[in-house]
Design a protein around this ligand. Structure first.
Ligand SMILES: N[C@@H](CCC(=O)N[C@@H](CS)C(=O)NCC(=O)O)C(=O)O
Length: 277
C-alpha cells in the first residue's frame, strides 16, 4: 500500500496542536492524505467527526484502521511505526527532558493566549496582523454561536449528547478565560517563567555545540512543541515581548535556526498555500 493511502491527518493548518502533528510528519518525511477540518465552520463538531474522535478536536491521525487522537500520541505513534527520519522520542531521555516537555505542553493555555490576544489586541506586543483584527464582540459572539450549536447537536444526537455537552462547557470556559483580561495577562506573565527555564536549558545544550537543539544534536518531540510555541508567539505579535538579541539570546538563536529547519519550511509552505485559498 502506498504511504499516501495509508496515513490520513485530519487537521486545520492554523491549529496549534495540528501544527505539532504536521511537523512530526515532515520530520519523518512521510506522505499523507490531508483532510482539512474547518474549525471556524464547526467541522470538528460534525457527528461523523465526533464518532471518529469523541473529543471533537484536531489533529487526528488515521493509519489504515487505527485512529490516533492527540498531538503527543500522534508524535509517539509515528516515531514507533516509522523508525526512519528523526528519532522524536529518545529511548534514553536526557536529563530535564520530561520536566521541560511537561512544562512546554501543560503550563500555558494556548486557547487563553491565542483568543485572549485576539479579544484584547492591545495586549499584542508588536500588534496583530491587520487581517486578524476583529471587534472583540464578534469573536465572543462566534464562540457563543458554536457553544449554542454544540448544545443543539446534543439534543439532535442523543447517542453523542455527553460528548457535545462536555464540549459546550469547555468552549464556554475558553471564551470566558479569553475575555478576562487579567487571566490573559497572567498567561503572558507565565510565559516568561517557561521561557526562562528554556533559556537555561538551551544555554547548557548550546555550550556543548551551538548547533544543538533543546538537549543535544537531536530535534525531538519537545523541540517540536517549542518551535510551534515560538511560531504562535510570532503569529500573535508577541515574540519581542520575550526574546531578542539581549532578551533570552539562546532562545532567540534557537528560533532563528528552527525557522530554517526543513520540516518548518515544509509546514510554512503548506500554511501559506492554504491561507491563499
Ligand atoms: N491535547 C490535544 C489538544 C487538541 C486541541 O485542543 N485542538 C484544538 C485546535 S488547536 C481544537 O480542536 N479545538 C476545538 C475545540 O476544542 O472545540 C492535542 O494535543 O492534540
Amino acid at each position: 500500500m502506498k504511504m499516501a493511502e495509508r496515513l490520513t491527518l485530519y487537521y486545520y493548518p492554523g491549529s496549534y496542536f495540528s501544527q505539532k502533528a504536521l511537523l512530526a510528519l515532515f520530520e519523518k518525511n512521510l506522505q499523507f492524505n490531508h483532510h482539512i477540518i474547518k474549525l471556524m465552520e464547526g467541522g470538528h463538531i460534525e457527528p461523523w467527526y465526533i464518532k471518529l474522535n469523541k473529543n471533537g478536536k484536531v489533529p487526528l491521525l488515521r493509519d489504515d484502521e487505527t485512529l490516533v487522537p492527540d498531538s503527543e500520541n500522534i508524535i509517539s505513534y509515528l516515531d514507533q511505526q516509522f523508525p526512519a527520519g528523526s528519532k522524536l522520542v529518545p529511548g534514553n531521555k536526557p536529563p530535564e527532558y520530561d520536566r521541560l516537555h511537561q512544562l512546554l505542553t501543560d503550563r500555558i493555555s494556548i486557547q487563553t493566549l491565542t483568543y485572549g490576544t485576539f479579544i484584547n489586541p492591545d495586549l499584542s506586543f508588536s500588534g496583530l496582523p491587520p487581517a486578524l483584527i476583529q471587534p472583540s464582540d464578534v469573536i465572543i459572539g462566534n464562540f457563543t454561536r458554536i457553544v449554542e450549536k454544540m448544545q443543539r447537536l446534543a439534543e439532535e444526537n442523543p447517542h453523542l449528547r455527553e460528548e457535545y455537552l462536555k464540549k459546550a462547557e469547555e468552549n464556554k470556559m475558553f471564551r470566558d478565560n479569553a475575555a478576562n483580561k487579567d487571566k490573559v495577562q497572567e498567561t503572558l506573565e507565565m510565559i516568561h517563567e517557561v521561557l526562562d527555564e528554556v533559556e537555561k536549558q538551551l544555554e547548557i545544550s548550546m555550550k556543548d555545540n551551538p548547533g544543538n537543539w533543546l538537549f543535544n544534536k537531536d530535534y525531538t518531540s519537545p523541540d517540536i512543541t517549542l518551535t510551534v510555541f515560538l511560531n504562535r508567539l510570532k503569529f500573535l505579535g508577541q515574540t519581542k515581548r520575550y526574546i531578542s538579541d539581549n532578551k533570552r539570546p539562546h532562545v532567540n538563536r534557537y528560533w532563528d535556526r528552527a525557522q530554517q529547519r526543513k520540516s518548518f519550511l515544509n509546514f510554512m509552505e503548506l500554511y501559506t498555500n492554504f491561507s491563499k485559498q
